[in-house]
Design a binder for this molecule. Structure first.
Ligand code: 3SK
Length: 518
């Protein structure tokens, strides 16, 4: 395996790698575009702006922006200056922002104008926050008093040379929310960005210079950061950024207008795209390869997508802690319904509760070893120790590996249901339910019956035109029984309008469990 240079400033590395592509477009957003030369200039100027604002090497700055051309400028400009961007989910609540501001001790905030109200509410409830400057991207007509306009400040700042950082030096943080507790500050190095591009972006996703890349997953999400920044910039490709929410209509617009050759989505979005009457025809788009992550991609979705567009979806699993995908399907050998095989450069083990490797065909806890692992959770020794185990990392996912070496997702460790002494994977039951023609989406949890014994319970969103009555409930139960071991069928089915999900589209089964306890 290639090893990353010991001295590495990842922003400076990208600037140098793209020095001969000055006039080529690096980014196109909803209103503007940036060539590689303009990106390099702005990155060096942004570092100059940080100096001017008095933000010093290793201090943190908050990056709370929609996906526009300003996002990569802030991220890479901070890296260029040796300052640490903390890239935040734009869909969180003021309470979350308050926690993150105090926990990260960010010194300045770079924010999209529509998110300002939430930031101000957060500052009001976070008396110990250390934000000294608020710089607004695309503020519109009126700039609130005491705040700075991003474009004016940036274009007036003098460019500065990049700081000579080490590959192991802290480069940026992301926050990861688990099913319980406060979000965790996941600390990544410059080298980790390099490794995700060398191990996954170039060889597996196969991104190359002539590509146009579009990721419906936003840049603040580790998956989106690789798709929309690290991978395309590492080969000199062009990236399309979208500020708005990734609805099927918004995605179709970009697929048809910009004709991306690489598209990165999440399963829920693939499902709603395929269910939409406005799905573009194959000859209206130009995708040659697609990626999916965030949750397991059901086989049926993959088959239908490939039948329609003639292009494969490479389903994979990554994590905020590993920065990007470490198990993936590969072009030409896609097995829909599985997550594929370990990405070369990463090692994967499935272990039982005693830490012993499980045999082929048995569900086990997923452990990963690889060079892009985060350094730690900031100021959280207990959770760091529970997750980062020497060179291995415990992912919290359950997986099964078949005789051919393909890995199949079996749910989160804490979502697994034990029925009559046997594990039931909620994902397995959900995948059967959604194959029924009346079902749009489904989530399965374990609920104790009158005897205190755990039984599977399903929450189902029906497709329009189906009545949530006893007839359909019985039919769905029979359908699951006909496909799976009988102990796995859901004893109860609740029909609901919408499933609770994270910003990145993962089903929040813990919220259904909470609902049950109320
Ligand atoms: O959820 C995933 O599968 C994922 C993939 C890539 C990077 C980050 C994440 C969380």
């Amino acid at each position: 395996m290639q090893t990353c240079p010991a001295k590495l400033n990842y922003a400076a590395y990208l600037t140098q790698a793209n020095a001969a592509r000055g006039s080529k477009l690096a980014y196109i957003d909803d209103h503007r575009a940036l060539t590689y030369a303009q990106l390099a200039q702005r990155v060096a100027q942004f570092a100059g702006l940080l100096h001017k604002l008095g933000v010093r090497r290793e201090e943190r700055v908050l990056l709370l922006m929609h996906d526009t051309i300003d996002w990569p400028v802030v991220f890479l400009g901070a890296l260029h200056a040796g300052v640490v961007p903390v890239a935040i989910n734009t869909l969180l609540t003021p309470d979350d922002y308050a926690y993150i501001m105090e926990h990260s001790r960010c010194q300045a905030a770079f924010i999209s104008a529509p998110l300002l109200t939430n930031l101000q509410s957060a500052m009001a409830i976070a008396p110990d926050n250390e934000i000294r400057h608020i710089v607004i991207s695309e503020p519109g007509e009126s700039l609130p008093q005491g705040m700075l306009d991003f474009e004016t400040e940036l274009t007036q700042a003098a460019p500065v040379p990049a700081v000579a950082t080490l590959a192991d030096e802290i480069a940026f943080w992301l926050y990861s929310s688990g099913s319980t507790g406060q979000p965790k500050g996941v600390v990544h190095s410059h080298g980790n960005l390099w490794y995700t591009a060398e191990l996954y972006g170039k060889p597996v996703l196969g991104v190359r210079e002539e590509d146009i890349v579009f990721s419906a997953a936003k840049l603040f999400f580790a998956y989106g950061l690789g798709n929309g920044l690290t991978f395309p910039l590492s080969v000199g490709a062009t990236t399309v950024l979208m500020g708005e929410r990734p609805t099927p209509a918004a995605v179709f617009k970009r697929l048809v207008e910009h004709k991306p050759t690489v598209y990165c989505g999440v399963p829920t979005l693939y499902a709603s795209m395929l269910a939409s009457p406005d799905l573009p025809a194959k000859d209206q788009v130009a995708m040659r390869v697609c990626a999916s992550a965030g949750e397991a991609l059901p086989k049926d979705l993959g088959d239908r997508f490939t039948n329609h567009f003639g292009c494969e979806i490479l389903d994979g699993i990554g994590s905020t802690e590993m920065l990007h995908i470490f198990i993936s399907n590969q072009a030409g050998s896609v097995h829909y319904g599985t997550t594929g095989k370990p990405v070369p450069g990463y090692e994967v083990e499935l272990r039982d509760e005693h830490g012993v490797a499980v045999p082929t065909g048995t569900i086990g806890d997923l452990y990963i070893k690889g060079p892009s692992a985060a350094l730690m959770y900031w100021n959280n020794r207990t959770k760091t120790r529970d997750t980062f185990l020497g060179s291995w990392l415990k992912s919290g996912d359950k997986y099964e590996c078949d005789a051919e070496g393909y890995y199949t997702y079996a749910g989160r460790s804490d979502d697994m249901i034990k029925v009559s002494g046997q594990y039931v994977s909620p994902v397995e039951v959900e995948n059967i339910l959604i194959q029924h023609e009346a079902v749009l989406e489904a989530a399965v949890i374990g609920v104790a019956d009158a005897d205190g014994l755990i039984k599977t319970t399903a929450y189902v969103v029906l497709r329009t035109g189906n009545m949530p009555d006893i007839g359909i409930q019985t039919e769905l139960q029979a359908y699951v029984k006909s496909q799976l071991a009988p102990f796995k069928y859901p004893r109860t089915i609740h029909f609901i309008d919408e499933l609770p999900k994270t910003a990145t589209g993962k089903i929040q089964r813990f919220r259904l469990r909470q609902l049950k306890q109320q």
